[in-house]
Design a protein around this ligand. Structure first.
Ligand SMILES: *Cc1c(COP(=O)(O)O)cnc(C)c1O
Length: 375
């Protein structure tokens, strides 16, 4: 089945009482027992489980080809719960240029709690191999990476992680299952900020973990979800389900526009560098073809000069919204170094761009006027 069809199939729920094609939102926090003290729907209380969350978790597992999915109230809550399933003394390997929030969780929350971690260049296989120790439990991969769009070889990193007795976890937020399925490439767990492409309209905060196997580690995380309670609301689950229905078509349209924008920017005299997996001169072209169905709609540019020049260009834009986050229908642009903290490795002249559903010519026109010197 093609992804577009799968997305519709995976989110369809027939309501047997009304025949409604769109599932109802179950706001009830509790579920009534019958005379024999049984729970007819197997739901007890909405923190451990509720119909909308269960439906979302099933859809996510289907889309990623996993055994089960577990949904959370944010991407950060999903990452946090995964690290909580480890023990003090355990070690995590992650990219030196990955999403800043993951690094911040490890440094500010889990380091004091006893987890250790090493940041490496995930494109350097030998560096990854030598950073794995006896106590390494997780190798955390993000590809394309945020915000430099480094491409990591998932099959190889998963093999190295397994050789070292660790799990390979892939943050698939940027690629989405429409473009990349890490579990098919031997990763063990996929993480999503459903806030981004899956919901797709900048109106939900949510996260999820999808597991290749339903083993004791998975069950531990299921238990933590229930007892810790960082769970998404029924309405948020419903919104993410609705977003998934158009994921394929959104990403396809946004990718076509991103390709046109990246080609316009590549070689522009005011631009030192364009980071986009769809450029013909990309050094990882072969790998991108191998593990992705398309280059996606995220890119970053490095403006000639420094932070000041980058901020000047940013200030002149009229169509792009100057805001953090990504994956929505409106194009967003952000000076990433401004929002990251002391462990940031982001170049000061970098602007991160999330391409939305505006027409490519209008977006290119806006960038062209913002990049005109001495305007
Ligand atoms: C946004 C984001 C997260 C964090 O998710 P929240 O929903 O903001 O908590 C994690 N990883 C990546 C790649 C992201 O873009």
């Amino acid at each position: 089945m093609h992804f577009d069809t799968l997305a519709l199939q995976a989110t369809h729920q027939h309501d047997p009482t009304t025949g409604a094609v769109v599932p109802p939102i179950h706001l009830s926090t509790t579920f009534e027992r019958n005379e024999a003290n049984e729970l007819p729907g197997n739901y007890l209380y909405a923190r451990p489980n509720n119909p909308n969350r269960e439906a979302l978790e099933r859809s996510l597992a289907t889309l990623e080809g996993g055994a089960t999915g577990i949904a959370f109230s944010s991407g950060q809550a999903a990452i946090m719960t995964l690290f909580q399933a480890l023990r003090p003394g355990d070690h995590v390997v992650l990219a030196h240029d990955g999403f800043y929030g993951t690094t911040s969780l490890l440094e500010d929350v889990f380091h004091p709690w006893g987890l250790t971690y090493t940041r490496v260049d995930m494109t350097n296989i030998d560096a990854v191999r030598s950073s794995i120790h006896e106590n390494t439990r997780i190798v955390w991969v993000e590809t394309p990476s945020n915000p430099t769009l480094a491409i990591v070889d998932l099959l190889t990193i998963a093999r190295i992680a397994h050789d070292g007795g660790a799990l390979c976890v892939c943050d698939n937020t940027w690629a989405t299952p429409a473009l990349q399925r890490p579990l098919d490439l031997n990763c063990d767990i996929v993480m999503h900020s459903t806030t981004k492409y899956l919901s797709g309209h900048s109106d939900v905060i949510g996260g999820a973990l999808i597991f290749k196997r339903n083993d004791t580690f998975t069950q531990r995380i299921r238990q933590l979800q229930s007892v810790s309670g960082a769970v998404p609301s029924p309405f948020d689950c419903w919104l993410v389900m609705r977003g998934i229905k158009t994921l394929g078509v959104r990403v396809r349209a946004q990718t076509i526009t991103a390709q046109a924008v990246a080609e316009f920017l590549d070689g522009h005299p005011m631009i030192e560098r364009v980071n986009y997996p769809g450029l013909a001169n990309h050094p990882d072209r072969q790998l991108i073809k191998q593990q992705m169905n398309g280059p996606g709609a995220m890119l970053s540019i490095q403006v000639t000069g420094g932070a000041e020049e980058a901020l000047t260009v940013l200030g002149r834009l009229r169509l792009f919204r100057r805001a953090t986050s990504l994956g929505g229908v409106e194009s967003l642009i952000e000076h990433r170094a401004s929002v990251e903290g002391p462990l940031s490795t982001t170049p000061p002249n970098l602007l991160r761009i999330s391409i939305g559903l505006e027409h490519a010519e209008d977006l290119i026109g806006d960038l062209a006027q913002a990049l005109t010197p001495g305007r």
